[in-house]
Design a protein around this ligand. Structure first.
Ligand SMILES: *[C@@H]1O[C@H](CO)[C@@H](O)[C@H](O)[C@H]1NC(C)=O
Ligand SMILES: *[C@@H]1O[C@H](CO)[C@@H](O)[C@H](O)[C@H]1NC(C)=O
Ligand SMILES: *[C@@H]1O[C@H](CO)[C@@H](O)[C@H](O)[C@H]1NC(C)=O
Length: 436
């Protein structure tokens, strides 16, 4: 009862967005014991509440995050209801309109506009976000901090409305910018890497302050707060964290036969069946994935090291270069934060902190010896789990900074509960309305 009433009143207040009055109001509704005026003034209004919209009124995130069966069943039922999915969808037009007044947009969407701690302020991060999707804003809001910088790459093929919505959002933030050169992304082909490279160059040039680089796509979502990310990165002590292991024999063709892009799709140069030269400097090719967590020096090497520039040229006609390029660079001697090429230093996606991905063939029930993770509670796309609310509990116990894939169209509750959990955790003092 109390929660609902507070929500409705806050909705009215939101229009005024005057901090002072929110503060006064918070004082009035807080119980006599346990409140802290500093907390309420600085942070209380930044909590996500049911007045912010979203499925709050019909699903219990704290029960979902504890894996309670009934709450998960209800979430599942809601998720397959079209009307429900429609009711929580935020259309592009909303963003285009709402960002006309950036100040109100940032306040009403509750962006964190000041660093939450000195520790975070002293450790700025650089993000490359290769997106094609309107869900971009939910992701940006979840990782946004004013000391970080963000380079946004929108696929050249994206619909005009998606591009305008994303441009409108980025124009509200001095530290969020569109990539200087956008490319047309082709699945499994070179342009996917080029998009990240273009952002790397822009980020490297835009600021000398950031310490680590993280790349994301539109279907990623964080599992940790900015402070937790900063601490995890500091504990790497200058190292990088990404999958880098022996290239399996069945993937060798990807780098031994030349490919080309025809009609927006990658294919083997069939007629010529051109066999590629070995990699420059006889660099050993390692296997990994598209998502990395690397220090600034690694990015410097990618942009300037002649061995890597040659490797990049060589890789342009390979299949899925994103799945070996970063992993290979991570084992080149002299690259900051790299490890030796010896297989003793191989690291899997599960051991790296960059990304949690659930591949269908590694899923299984507890007790199964081969299973790497519990079964997907959402649905599969190209054999990768698109998380459902039921995946959250296990996922939040893992060390990964981000997980892939989330999709607010197929399961809005998973993202909703996750963003709420993270915001709650990020605010320096625990609030009255605890979640998980
Ligand atoms: C939500 O679930 C938690 C944990 O089971 C429970 O303590 C709480 O009362 C529930 N809240 C509502 C509004 O049902
Ligand atoms: C656009 O935003 C203004 C306030 O910024 C609001 O009053 C108006 O209703 C919005 N229009 C649409 C179509 O959403
Ligand atoms: C870096 O940015 C400056 C402007 O701040 C620009 O003049 C220069 O061309 C950029 N360099 C590169 C390599 O992009």
């Amino acid at each position: 009862m109390m929660l609902l009433k507070r929500g409705r009143l806050l909705l009215l207040l939101k229009l005024t967005v005057v901090l002072g009055s929110v503060w006064m109001f918070s004082l009035l509704i807080r119980p006599k014991t346990g409140w802290d005026p500093t907390y309420i003034f600085r942070y209380g209004w930044l909590e996500y509440t049911d007045a912010d919209g979203g499925p709050e009124k019909v699903c219990n995130c704290s029960a979902i995050l504890q894996g309670e069966r009934e709450a998960l069943l209800q979430a599942k039922l809601l998720t397959i209801t079209k009307a429900f999915r429609k009711s929580v969808h935020i259309p592009d037009e909303y963003y285009i309109n709402a960002t006309q007044d950036c100040r109100i947009f940032k306040l009403s969407r509750k962006y964190l506009l000041f660093p939450l701690s000195q520790e975070e302020e002293d450790f700025p991060l650089a993000y490359s976000m290769v997106v094609h999707h309107k869900n971009f804003e939910r992701l940006l809001r979840a990782i946004y901090a004013p000391q970080n910088i963000y380079c946004i790459h929108v696929d050249k093929k994206a619909a005009a409305s998606v591009l305008s919505a994303i441009k409108a959002i980025t124009s509200c933030f001095p530290n969020v910018f569109m990539v200087s050169k956008a490319v047309s992304v082709v699945y499994s082909a070179w342009p996917r890497v080029q998009a990240d490279l273009n952002c790397m160059a822009d980020l490297y040039n835009a600021s000398t302050k950031w310490k680590y680089f993280i790349n994301l796509c539109g279907q990623d979502f964080p599992l940790k707060t900015n402070l937790e990310i900063v601490r995890a990165l500091r504990s790497l002590k200058g190292g990088n964290s990404l999958e880098s292991e022996k290239l399996p024999g069945e993937k060798r063709w990807r780098v031994t036969v030349a490919h080309e892009i025809v009609d927006g799709k990658i294919q083997v140069l069939l007629l010529l069946r051109k066999v590629k030269q070995p990699p420059p400097f006889n660099l050993p090719i390692l296997s990994g994935n598209a998502y990395i967590v690397v220090n600034r020096g690694y990015i410097h090497s990618v942009l300037k090291d002649n061995r890597i520039l040659a490797l990049i040229e060589w890789a342009k006609d390979t299949y899925s270069p994103d799945e070996f390029l970063w992993a290979t660079i991570q084992r080149i001697p002299g690259v900051p934060g790299s490890t030796r090429p010896s297989p003793k230093y191989d690291i899997t996606d599960i051991n790296a902190i960059a990304r949690m991905v659930k591949w269908q063939w590694h899923e299984g029930s507890q007790g199964s010896l081969e299973a790497a993770y519990p079964e997907c509670q959402g649905s599969h796309v190209r054999a990768i789990c698109v998380y459902g609310a039921g995946d959250l509990q296990w996922m939040l116990e893992q060390h990964h900074l981000f997980a892939n894939k989330f999709d607010t169209d197929t399961d809005p509750i998973a993202v909703y509960c996750l963003e709420r959990y993270l915001r709650e955790k990020a605010l320096p003092t625990r609030s009255l309305f605890k979640i998980a």
